[in-house]
Every structure is written in C-alpha cells, then in structure tokens.
Design a protein around this ligand. Structure first.
Ligand code: CUA
Length: 374
C-alpha cells in the first residue's frame, strides 16, 4: 500500500517545469561567475593552478598526483556503480515486491572502512614528505636572497638586512634565485600567501617562521593575507615583483638613498613641508628607504609603511591600484577607503573631529610630493 502511494508521489514530482529547474541553477551559476573573477592580475588569474615558483609547482603537482586522479577514480567508481544499480534494479511497472532488507554486513563494512583508509594513506605519504621538503633553509653557503617579512594590521613590511633597505607592499625578488623569507607579525596572526609562487606560512607575533622558494618567472604576482586578522583582512594584500638580477640590482642601488627633494617653490615642495609638518604624516611614515640592518625583526621601525619611492609601487593602502585619484582619495577620505586602519582611526578621524581635515589644495600638494617619490 505504502509503495503504491510512493509511486504516485514520484509521478507527481516528475514533471518539474524547466523554468523551476533553471531557477535552482541560477545561484550556482552566479557563484561560479563571481569567483571566476577572483584575483586577476596582469591578465592572469592569481591561482595556485598556474604556478610560477618551485614551491607552488610542487604543491600543484601533489594535488594532481595523487589527489586529483584518486578523486577521479573514486568518482567514476562510485557514480558508475550507482548508475549501474539504478539501471539494473529499476522497479518494473506493476512490480510491488519489497526488496530483501539487509541489516549489517561485516565484510562490506570492513571493506568500506579499509578502502578510504588506504586512499588517505596514499595521499598522506607524499604530502608529509613534501611538507618536510618545503621551507628548508638552504644554509648560508647558498646564494639565497634573505628578506624579513613583517605582518601589520593591515599591510606587509619587507626588510632586506643584506642591503639595509626597507619597503612595504611590494616584495622585490630575483628570478631563478632562491629566497629565504623570515616571517613574523607585529600584532595578530597573519598568513603570508603568494599563491602562484608558494604556499602559506603564518606570521605569528614573537615567532619567526621560514618560507623558501625560487621564483621561476619574471612579473608581478598577487599576494594575500590568508588568515582572518580583523576588519581589513581582505585588504591586506601585497605584490611580488620578480625581476632579473640586473633589474633587482638597479632597484637596490636606487633604494640605498632617499628620492631627491622636490625643486623649491613647486607644489611637491609644499607637499613635503605639509608631510613633515602640519599634516602630521611624518609621525608614522618615513621616506628614507634605508634602516639599521642590525635592528631585530621584532622591533618596529615606524608605525606606518615606509613611503620611499612609493610612486613606483603596485598598490596603495595594501589593496588599491596606485593611481593619483586613489592616492587623493586615500588621504582625503581615509575613513571611507579603509575603515579601522590606524591611519583612519588615529589620524583622519581625530582630525575630522577637530575640524582639521586637510583642504583639497593641501591634499593635492601631498599627492604631488608622494608622486615625486620615484
Ligand atoms: Cu592579515 Cu588577514
């Protein structure tokens, strides 16, 4: 009796309108469309599936063999078996028999416990081996470039103790030359992740973690903080600029001294005066690219990012394209561009309360000065 009713119900459900089916697919399609635009940099998707460094390549290879192919095999076996049973044991019209009811089958249960265990072991062995291979310091005898990476809410600082140079936002590296990053944080836990070059390494206050990889292509690569670290976590990005040794040497040479002062009487010169004086920028930002390389990694140099040669960087405020308009917005409208940032809370808001926000001309002058940092 019950089954006859069930069959009726199934029959009722069958003619679902084509339109209703499409509506249920729409959110999925929308999600796919939204995520397909994620992190496109320089016309390329900032994806782990397109490695440009040895570490990212090892991780991707591990994903393809064995993880991907094992998943394909499991999918084909399970869906194949399912389809076979659906077709072979489909209820014939008029057949009202109840199939044999099975309760407990030790051999089957042992099999479906053992098979996943074997699959997991097949994945775990190469994964564990790779984990121990990655991020091994090649030692002082290698020609590895050494950079200190310091996470701040919400931007990244990069120090080159070898050259006594400090910068922020853009990490400059050399193609085909190994890099050893020493990673820490000034405040909360962050995670350093350049997806096309390497995996993720946590930036933990009071700890120094190591990341080792060799960039294999020149270009600009997207990087992202990968550990929820507060309101502006998504805007804690960075770029890795991979250069030839020659280009990198020129970059280092340039950064051994500050950019020349703007010519007297120019708008940029007014901007410099404002920057160093009444606007209060210099309280948090330095425009001197050098620092004492013996400074311990856990010692803060300045509250805000170093702004030497800021005009040459890829981004502003750790996420905005570095354009004149964005720079103007960032200074004039900090609270709306990156709320909860130190610059918004300790500078813009306080000046707004005191009715001391910079005038448009003052902002223009500072923008002009910062654009001369190149
Ligand atoms: Cu830093 Cu998320």
């Amino acid at each position: 009796m019950c089954c006859g009713e069930g069959a009726e119900r199934v029959k009722d459900l069958r003619p679902i309108g084509g339109r209703r089916r499409w509506i249920s697919v729409l959110p999925l399609a929308g999600l796919a469309w939204l995520t397909s635009g994620c992190g496109v940099i320089g016309g390329k998707i900032a994806s782990t599936s397109d490695p440009a460094g040895d570490q990212a390549r090892h991780i991707w290879d591990l994903f393809m063999v064995p993880v991907w192919w094992l998943s394909v095999a499991v999918f084909l076996l399970v869906t194949g078996w399912l389809l076979l049973n659906i077709i072979l044991f489909r209820r014939k019209p008029g057949d009202t028999r109840i199939p044999p009811q099975v309760h407990g089958h030790p051999r089957l249960e042992i099999a479906w416990t053992l098979i996943p265990a074997v699959i997991l072991a097949l994945i775990a062995i190469p994964s564990t081996r790779l984990i121990f291979q990655l991020n091994r310091d090649p030692g002082p005898s290698s020609n590895a470039l050494r950079v200190q990476v310091i996470g701040h809410q919400w931007w990244w600082e990069f120090r080159y103790p070898e050259y006594g140079i400090v910068t922020a936002g853009d990490l400059h590296l050399v193609v085909d030359r190994p890099v050893v990053l020493t990673i820490t944080s000034q405040d909360v836990i962050h995670s350093f992740w350049p997806p096309r070059l390497a995996g993720k390494v946590d930036a933990v206050p009071g700890r120094e973690n190591t990341m080792v990889f060799t960039p294999e292509e020149t270009g600009v690569f997207y990087g992202q903080c990968a550990e929820l670290c507060g309101a502006q976590h998504a805007h804690m990005q960075f770029r890795v600029v991979v250069q030839t040794q020659q280009e990198f040497d020129a970059w280092v040479q340039k950064h051994r001294q500050p950019a020349p002062d703007p010519a007297p009487g120019t708008l940029a010169a007014t901007g410099k005066e404002l920057f160093e004086g009444p606007a209060g920028c210099a309280g948090c930002h330095s425009v001197n690219p050098t620092y004492d390389p013996s400074t311990p990694i856990n010692k803060t140099l300045m509250v805000g990012p170093n702004l030497a040669y800021v005009a040459e960087r890829q981004t502003l405020a750790a996420f905005l394209p570095n354009t004149v308009e964005n720079l103007h917005q960032w200074i004039a409208n900090t609270e709306h561009v990156k709320p909860y940032s130190i610059m918004a809370e300790k500078w813009w808001k306080i000046r707004a309360q005191q009715n001391q926000l910079l005038t448009d001309e003052q902002v223009n002058a500072i923008v002009e000065y910062l654009r001369s940092q190149q």
